[in-house]
Write a protein that binds this ligand. Sequence first.
Ligand code: SAM
Length: 301
Amino acid sequence: THFGFQTVTEGEKRERVAGVFTSVAESYDRMNDLMSFGWHRVWKDHFVASLNPGFSPLTSDGDPRGPQHILDVAGGTGDIAFRMLHTAHVLNGNPSVRVTMSDINRAMLTVGKQRSAQLPASQRAALSFVEANAEDLSRTRPLHPYPSPSEPTTHDSQTQKPEQAFFDPATATGSIPDSSVDLYTVAFGIRNFSNIPAALREARRVLKPGGVFACLEFSKADKHPLFNSLYKEWSFRAIPLIGQLVAADRDSYQYLVESIERFPSQTEFRDMIVDAGFVVAGEGYEDLTGGVAAIHKGMKP
Ligand code: SAM
């Protein structure tokens, strides 16, 4: 059976996703460019611009330039978090915006932390990293150093267990409190979650009333049949091949393509957001590049 269908348990999906992202962590940024012809940068830029962090009527104290806490879930190697900080601090001149970047996978987060060394010191100071499962943000822990996936590990297999890349809730020491976040973002992450309704409930819990849930995810490009068939050809034939040739990892990229196929349509996902208690405006989503990706937003009442 294909991983991700009903026959696969939540635990199995979680384990498989952990394996995929540990294995792709180092090649992730390069592969994103190759697989999307660089489009993922345009989508991410648009996503962040549409949220306009640091200049937002969303802050609960009514000051459009007041402090804002952004939680970027499944933050991976930092593409959204870094853009948020740049927009808030530089474009909107609001240094009181801070971003917490969280991910279930320490290998991805470690690459993110390494990349954050390029940021100006003030942006670095406003950024923190936590390991967490999006389905339970009441259990988190600060990023614990993880050896780069390409580095040989020095552990002695007889006496020591290898460092786990995957978040272990048993070692959690912190929590994202209720009603503590102004803006919750998740980009290209939610389709990997084992229990999406649980993650949406957690998003609602941690957001302040008036806070916004915003998701950027691959979606259905089925409104234009010709475009859709070209897109499917590219996804199912070229992407696993590129994964094999560039990252020597066909299976992980095959998984990524299949997970896109299985993710709900724009309207189905919008309905899940509404069911989780969010209020949506208009259709509740915006298609990007003919629906190859879509942005969904909801407000916690
Ligand atoms: N947001 C980043 C971006 O747009 O480049 C990274 C996206 S990457 C495709 C998906 C991320 O989701 C991976 O880093 C993976 O570890 C993370 N992830 C998967 N399941 C998760 C879960 N249950 N909770 C938190 N993060 C998860």
